[in-house]
Structure formats: C-alpha cells, structure tokens
Ligand binder design. Sequence first.
Ligand code: SF4
Ligand code: SF4
Length: 356
Amino acid sequence: MPEMREPIESGCPDPWQYMHPVMRKNFGMWKYHEHPRVGVLRHVAYSGDEVWTVKVGTQRILDVFTLRKLCDIGDRYADGFVHFTLRSNLEYVVDDAAKVEPLIKAVEDAGFIVGGTQNSVTMISHTQGWLHCDIPGTDASGVVKSMMDELIDEFKTATMPNRVHITTSCCQINCGGQGDIAINVQHTKPPKINHDLVANVCERPSVVARCPVAAIRPAMVNGKPSLEVDERKCICCGACFPPCPPMQINDAEHSKLAIWVGGNHSNARGKPTFQKLVAAGIPNNPPRWPEATAIVKRILNAYKEGARDWERVNEWIERIGWPRFFEEVELPFTKYHIDTWRGARASFNASNYIRF
Ligand code: SF4
Ligand code: SF4
C-alpha cells in the first residue's frame, strides 16, 4: 500500500507544477499580448513562442460532474491545462492557434460560454455563502447566477467602455464585495435575541466586544444570563450574529439588498476608490432577484451610453458628478445616502490600503 501524502494545511499549492510548459519556459519573458476575439488572449514571448488562453464562463458553483466535463474538454482539446480564475471562470491554455477554434466549439457544444475578457462584464464574483459560511443573509451564488443569466450578452461581447467587475456579498461585515457595481446584503432591523439559548451557546463578553457601537450589554432575562441590545444605538451590522447565533438578525422581510458603485482597487490612472451606496432596501427576492437585477441593468446601460472609451465606472461618475449619476440611472437620492454616523471621523479612509 503506497504511503499517503501528508496534508498541507496552509497556503495554496505551488502553481508552477500546473503551468503550461510554454508558460514555464517563457516565465517573465513575455513581449506583448493581444485580444483577437472576446474570450481569447494571445501572448507572445521574446523567444517567439505563443500561448492562447480561452476564457469560459461557468454557472459559478460547480458540481463534480460539470467539473469532470470541463476537465475532459481540457484533456481532449487543450493540452490538459486549465486554470480557475478568482471569479470561477475557467481558462484553457493552448500553444497553437489551430487548437483554439476546436476548443471553443467543444466548450460551446457542451453548453458553456466563451467571453469575459477586455471591456466586457466579466463573471460576477461572490462571497462563499451557504456552501461554506454560517452567517449569510442571502444566497449570493443565486444572485450571481440569476444576474449573469440576464447579462450573458455583455459577457460574450466587449461593448462596455471598459471592463466591469460586479461583486456580491452575503453579509455586511466580512468578505464583502468591492467592485464597479456591488450587490451587498443589508440588515435593517436589530437582532432578535433567543434568550433561552444565549447562556449555552454564546461567550457573552466576546459578543459584547464585537459590537462596533457598544450597543450590547449583559442582562439577566427570565433568571438566565443573557444579553440585551440598545436599539437606538444598533446600526444593524450583524457583527454579533457570527459569535452568537441566538442574536438572530437574518430575516426574510427585513434583510434587504443594497447596491454600491464605483469601487476600484486599481491605481492605474487614479487613486483606488471606495464604492458608494446608491440604492438601499431592495427586496431580497429569490430565486431571481428581479428588482436588484433591474437596477444593475439600468446602471450598466447608463454607463455604456454615457462613459467615454476606457473610463471605469468610478471615473465616469467622477467626471459627470453624483447628481447627474442619480438622474441618469433614475434612482432617488435620499438622506440615507449621506454618512452621518457620529463616529465616521475615525473611519474616513483615504485609500483602500488601510482599514480599521
Ligand atoms: S460575506 Fe459574510 S456571510 Fe458571506 S461568506 Fe463572507 S463572511 Fe460569510
Ligand atoms: S447588529 Fe451590530 S450594531 Fe447591532 S447589536 Fe449587533 S453588533 Fe451591535
């Protein structure tokens, strides 16, 4: 019996072993790349070698049968080399232009789509959601699937002024989305406390310490140690729910979606920017989330019509100004769009690189 490999518990595996041999050979020695069609990139090395990358959209959460199907296509048409991108797209790499068209045909015949490069709307990224996390307030992967169904033509064509990154996030506090357009969950009511469970389930001091506005206090309820929330202070962030599930904040009616725009990590032409809230209180309405999708499409259409070539969403808004942006996308500007929190002075960050 062969000896089992010891598991490696931290870090990602060495990518070198998975690279196409032509990429390994020319590592750091690439001369230029071009974009022959949507979904395909051609990289040329100083040595004259070439690799062609074909980007394929998936349904985002992949079952093992679909994965096998995609890997079989890779074995048959793409030298056996596949990469997954951060947004669960798949990239096949081949070293010969003649292999590109048969590969695209095999992918499309199997029901997948090719695109997502250059100035397209690439696959929406989402946080892990129900699959791996215990605190989601919505099904982020469901939001992604239903929105991408409607934006499929924008994935397959490259007609946006610049690339558009859309993200979704299923709680307000953790691995949340920052993108050109972000759809994030928004709790609108303080948590309801199940006092019978608090003493058994929660470490009360750590729950008290979690609250960013000091709204939680220890309390005795029905003779048992529990917690209480000062609802005038609570900002409905949901931070107390992960360490103490009896602080139930998810709610079918009062957990909503909010849409933010203009986030950009890149500092290519200007400083990185934080996204800003533009629509709040949108119904969290599975299985197709039509209200949120309609707003995202309005924003995309206005950006496509109004932005100059190569302007990202934040640069477009910076040029036309926020009042005009709200007019163009037909969203109401309300008092809730202004940050009036009295502690905000300490949280005004100047760049994306520092967070408190
Ligand atoms: S965004 Fe929040 S709920 Fe969603 S996976 Fe991340 S930590 Fe969990
Ligand atoms: S939801 Fe946030 S602000 Fe409200 S009690 Fe919990 S941690 Fe504090």
